[in-house]
Design a binder for this molecule. Sequence first.
Ligand code: 26V
Length: 812
Amino acid sequence: MKLSVKEFVKDFKNQFQSMYAYPYEEGSTEQLYNALGLLIKNYVSSNWKDTRESYIKQSAKQVYYFSMEFLPGRQLKSNTYNLGLLETVSKGLDQLGLSLDELAEAEADPALGNGGLGRLASCFMDSLASMAIPGNGNGIRYQYGLFRQKFVDGYQVELPENWLRYRNVWETRNDKSTCMVRFGGNVWLEENEQGHLEPKYENTLNVLAVPYDTPMVGYKNERVNNLRLWSAEIPVEEESNYLTIDATDPIKEITEALYPDDSNYEGRLLRLKQEYFMVSAGVQSILRHYRKYNMPRKNIPDKVAIHINDTHPALVIPEMMRILIDEEHLSWDQAWEITFKTCSYTNHTILREALEKWPIDMMKELLPRIYMIIEEINNRYVEHMLPLYGERITWQTAILQNGVVNMAHLAVIGSHSVNGVAQLHTDILMNDVLKDFFEIYPERFNNKTNGITQRRWMHLANPDLTQLLDDKIGKAWKSNPAELKVFKGYEKDKQTIKELAEVKLNNKKKLAAHIEKVKGITVDPNAIFDVQIKRLHAYKRQHMNLLHILHRYLEIKQNPSVDYVPRVFIFGAKAAPSYVYAKQIIKVINAVGDLVNNDPDIGNKLKVVFFENYGVSLAEKIIPATDVSEQISLASMEASGTSNMKFMANGALTLATLDGANIEIRDYVGEENMFIFGLTSDEVYEVRGNGSYNARELYQSNSTVKRVLDALINGTILNLEGEGDALFDSLVNYNDEYLVLKDFESYIQAHEAIDALYKDQKEWTRKSLLNIASSAPFSADYTISRYAEDIWKVKPCCPGKLKVQPRNEPMY
Ligand code: 26V
């Protein structure tokens, strides 16, 4: 968009005055932010309208990405940047004595997701718009985001996250597009005059779904897509039935809060309500929009692609069947053909305890008509498969099993495409988790390795690196990430290496200042910044990181002259409130932090910083300042990981097991430019399969392991209330489910290799450069191109030339 600094300044002053009726000089930071945000949204609005209209005019096929979670991060700078106005706005605010960065910090960071799954959805939204692909997000407008985490005495405490308290400038409430969603009651089928069986309902709970739309701004391409988040309200015509405030609770609670558990499936009624609420409103709104195309129903799959992000929105399948059969009067076979051609599904976890299975009784009571349809899908599936595949495979893949509805099975049976999120993960789906389905439907399975948007994670989060890249290789990489590989040519250029080292040091100084400010811990920017930021889960093995810190601590205590490079271990992690073991790990990390940070014998050699309330905004500060990226899950457990890609793009060296996308990182950057340790996925399967692993034996026979584990229980760590014993028990007495002890020695060795390399700063920085230069394949733009071509069959719809270049072939 074209706009002069002068015009912007004028617009901004007017905007502020029209909102607050006094001059901007008297405004608070929040008010100034609100005015700026609304002004930027005004600038976006004509493109938003034009994009929508042009999709309809061209009858473009559209994607609808259904996700219970989105983690967009703050939007002021990214929207301004994608509009091409960052410099103009920044200069204009300077003239007014204001700072864009300061105003940007006033924005609430919407925590409408747990972790990787939600952040991926938002990276995809950014890429869809930037690739000019007609794409929409569909989710829930939770009134409370993921809990705000605080530490009290080293323990995690959860506080409510009221992100909507001071308005959300990006959203538009769209009362014209509300839908009605029905729950419970009785339902039966009656023949109507035309001879159709029609469902009749009584005593249902009717909930009004109100959409709030947020613009998803494409990168300098005048395209603006839509993220639609639904909020539950009482239908106006039924208001008089709700005589007391309490009576409205069953409705209001539906979109009140995000479930904070990303590790354990719990069959909670309210969660099922949320899922159906989002799905039903979303599908109704899509089919309503489709009518604008004036085409027969059988063409729906030519114009609509619905993506099911993990099983959480899998009820799309029976909901679409319901509407097509009950409301549009199609036959079962016609409806099924349309539904299954329209839907596609991504699996994001192999953790069995996270796979959704709803009790049949619950589903029947809450969603009687939907349950009837699921039962029919299941019956037809079983009838069809029995003669072809026999009893075992048929019953093991059925949707209804032992009193539950298996949502992964529903998703696979009702979708034309099933994908994993990294090659290893897809292989595991095909060979293990969904093996029987792979036998039945091999053509449905495909891999789509995750990606990240470089716009947020490089251009905006790391302006100094971006400037360096612009200076060295030109600006083409910004719209064509493949160009990053040109940077490889600079690996031997001393000047570039020096400048790259300065960029990193500068970022580390900024992070050090932030650490001082929020944690009161002084860290040396010349130390190695070693970072593990992700949800806390035993399989991600934050406790292995902890054991290594303890190991170093004990080494230094025993031998003060031991040659360790000073290290700052940085953590950020929320634990699910009900996940006791994860919370115990947090407590022990904090206690070990207190121990090492305050021990004069340790000095700068070791510091531990555990940030509170880890989220997108904090990640943007930490990642550009990281030297070592810890990706240490037990091989086979982490579906992909995406922070691993962000770290790499920002020049961190990866310390990793061969898990998830770490394997592909290795393939692109080369094993010699990262630190790999631990069992491979095949070895993990073998060790677990043959039952040979004996953690107690390892503890007793390995003196390094023994010393560290004993420190958990012998009083070395102060202020514990049994948390050290809990860790010890799980590792020794319960045979160490995630093979921490088995990988521990090779983990320590990898850390020693890190020290050795870091002493050679030039060599370290050369490897860092190669990581940046090899990170392009993890652009979400490429990932989205592959989804668009292989799964959704959608094409860019752009007025001019595409700014961002699609790339589909493997690179390098
Ligand atoms: C799971 C559950 C289970 C029960 C109900 C609530 C709930 C909410 C969220 C989840 C998400 C688990 C799946 C997930 O986040 N997977 C992560 O997806 C990333 C993006 O593909 C991937 O990079 C991570 O490796 C994977 O753990």
